[in-house]
Design a protein around this ligand. Sequence first.
Ligand code: PLP
Length: 427
Amino acid sequence: MSAIPQLSPEALRQLAAELRVSYARFQSQGLNLDITRGKPCTEQLDLANGMLAGCENEYVCDGVDGRNYGGVDGLPAMKAFFADFLEAPSAQVIVGGNSSLALMHDTVLRLLLKGVSADAPAWKNQGPVKFLCPVPGYDRHFAICETFDIEMITVPMGPDGPDMDEVERLAAADPAVKGIWCIPKYSNPTGITYSDEIVDRLAAMPTAADDFRIFWDNAYAVHHLTDTPDRLKNILSACENAGHPDRVYVFGSTSKVTFAGAGLGAMAASEANIAWLTKLISIQTIGPDKMSQIRHLLFLKDMAAVDAHMKKHAAIIKPKFDVVLSMLRDGLGATGCAAWNEPRGGYFVSVDTLPGCAARTGALAAQAGVKLTPAGATFPYGKDPEDRNIRIAPTLPSLAVIKTAMELFILCVKIASVETLLDEKIV
Ligand code: PLP
């Protein structure tokens, strides 16, 4: 078959008739499937059930009673664990509550209200605050900005990271640009890992704001889908070497290692940043859940154990990614109607349709009983200017659900493409 955009109007009409029949067949099935969010599936969660066993007498760690208040920055052994996980000295680590997103949210809020250090002015007292947002990106980062009236400026993502010419230009030009969101490894949703050059440029670039900060959300640091993991340059050291030791906050969590929502969030930064944030965090809490930290330490032990554990995750989810990718290749590869990434890790496949087709694809899928992540969700304010990007999250559904949902998805991409080319609805 020729690529769909090259078909004549008659050929497009004939194809439309065939697609209409296939779509009606799906509609008659009464499907009710959901492939919207990047959650671990039950089998993945079961891998960490051992963490719950035999802990009733395990509440003291290095002489600290985990049942009592205190340890606002985490148990020393847990800080040492996350020092390896986040690749930072343990004195520069805070182990927080159950969520790295909560740490990001609270860090943004703290800087808005109190500034980046004791003697820096609060962001909110300096006029409008703007963040650079590589797109497509993570909807919950954008929601934090939207909630706190931080203006979002989009920057296109490339195969090695954000368009750095654009990032450097924007950061150098405007002191209101205070931050950038980065998901540097197996990015959400495009799956790419930042190159060394991009890490170095982020660390070294001149910024108009003295209090510019990089929010380095390394959510998928250990979530490999291959035996040859991507390597990410250490941005903390890069910033230090570039003379900007305070520029970056690094975040991570065990949400998709142990339990999503009952894992541990942690962050790393310069000593000065950690001292300031620890002071502010100690106003909020007398200490995190150290019992969860002890359970994690007993179960995960060290990075070698984490790597072994993550191989079990990959064994469960890799076949799901393989099905999604082979169905995309077979179903859309020759159509000229879509492009997608082949992730080496992380939780997502990012599909770009023809311009103007993503929202219609989602609506068609929904009408036939399959919920997709809403088109636009990967862009600030939920608005994809080209209406192209759709994020597919294969981890949670079963293989059978993925197969059915992907069949319908592929059909809907074709229908939306033919409709755009004919400039009329066909179903
Ligand atoms: N950051 C990214 C990029 C994510 O994709 C997710 C979850 O999907 C999170 C953070 C949430 O992390 P946590 O569970 O540690 O709050």
